[in-house]
Write a protein that binds this ligand. Structure first.
Ligand code: F3S
Length: 280
């Protein structure tokens, strides 16, 4: 059995940066808090908790002074609220997410009807919506464009950093076929573009794909969707222990890819386990 790893694995730039910011804050002393997990990886979260990075569900719940903003970003009223409550913020918002926020705000100010291509319930999108007074239209499929009344409007488009390339293009084509004036910012981040591209390449040449990463991780789920599309079999696992021997019966080529918050070592461990299964 041939086992190959995708060319891009390990933490992305934004995840690395957010962890560094959190660790820097912790070095200065007391406990620090994040609203929701800092990244979508249980093992890493456990390690960070041991170091004093705690998870809260809301700002009111936080007893300590220091709050880390996750790479996904937050709406602007979060900064105001933190100031009112005299909290000290450490901003881990990924610069690529910041760009989406700023561009959406710019479009909104210029009078465009803002369409955000992405998942409504994702924290990144909730944050971006805050920059346009929650007046944007969030869509994630081409068929949703059909119901939009955008015929004679000036439309401004931004896209979730981790969105799928193929789906993005289909949605844009639908919008262009209906709208009068459209300004599009392709705000998919460089890491997402490369990781998805390399996963497609690998999935095309593999019989079976293993995608390693959090079940809640949006970018990991996109890699899994891509893998299902291009490879005969695909499995999404969070931990190496989830691998099952029977998956590999009759399989000749296995590809492994990991999400942007999956540590490199976990992907390498998965490879080692699969190679051991092959050796019997
Ligand atoms: Fe940033 Fe892209 Fe990672 S937006 S957090 S570099 S997946």
């Amino acid at each position: 059995m041939e086992v190959k790893i995708a060319e891009v694995i390990g933490f992305c730039f934004g995840v690395k940066r957010a962890i560094e910011i959190a660790l820097k804050a912790i070095k200065e002393g007391e406990e620090v808090y994040t609203i929701g997990p800092l990244i979508h990886n249980i093992e890493v979260i456990k390690e960070l908790e041991k170091k004093g990075i705690k998870i809260a569900n809301s700002i009111e719940e936080i007893k300590g002074e220091k709050i880390i903003i996750r790479a996904h970003g937050v709406p602007p009223n979060f900064y105001e609220e933190a100031k009112k409550l005299e909290k000290k913020l450490y901003d881990g918002t990924c610069p690529y997410v910041k760009l989406v926020q700023n561009l959406a705000k710019k479009l909104f100010k210029e009078g465009y009807e803002v369409i955000i291509i992405g998942k409504k319930e994702h924290p990144e999108i909730k944050g971006v919506m805050g920059y346009i007074e929650n007046k944007g239209i969030v869509i994630s499929s081409p068929k949703e464009v059909k119901n939009l009344n955008i015929k004679n409007k000036r439309i401004g488009v931004v896209v979730q950093t981790t969105f799928r390339e193929d789906l993005f293009k289909k949605i844009i084509n639908e919008i262009l076929s209906k709208s009068f004036e459209t300004k599009i910012f392709n705000t998919r981040c460089p890491d997402t573009r490369l990781r998805q591209e390399k996963t497609i390449e690998l999935a095309k040449e593999s019989d079976l794909m293993i995608i390693v990463g959090g079940k809640d991780s949006s970018n990991t789920r996109r890699l899994f969707e891509i893998s299902k599309k291009y490879s005969k079999f695909a499995y999404h696992i969070e931990r190496p222990e989830e691998i099952k021997r029977e998956w590999f019966k009759g399989v000749k080529k296995v590809g492994i890819a990991g999400g942007s918050s999956t540590p490199r070592e976990i992907v390498l461990k998965v490879k080692e386990i699969i190679e051991n299964i092959d050796k019997g």
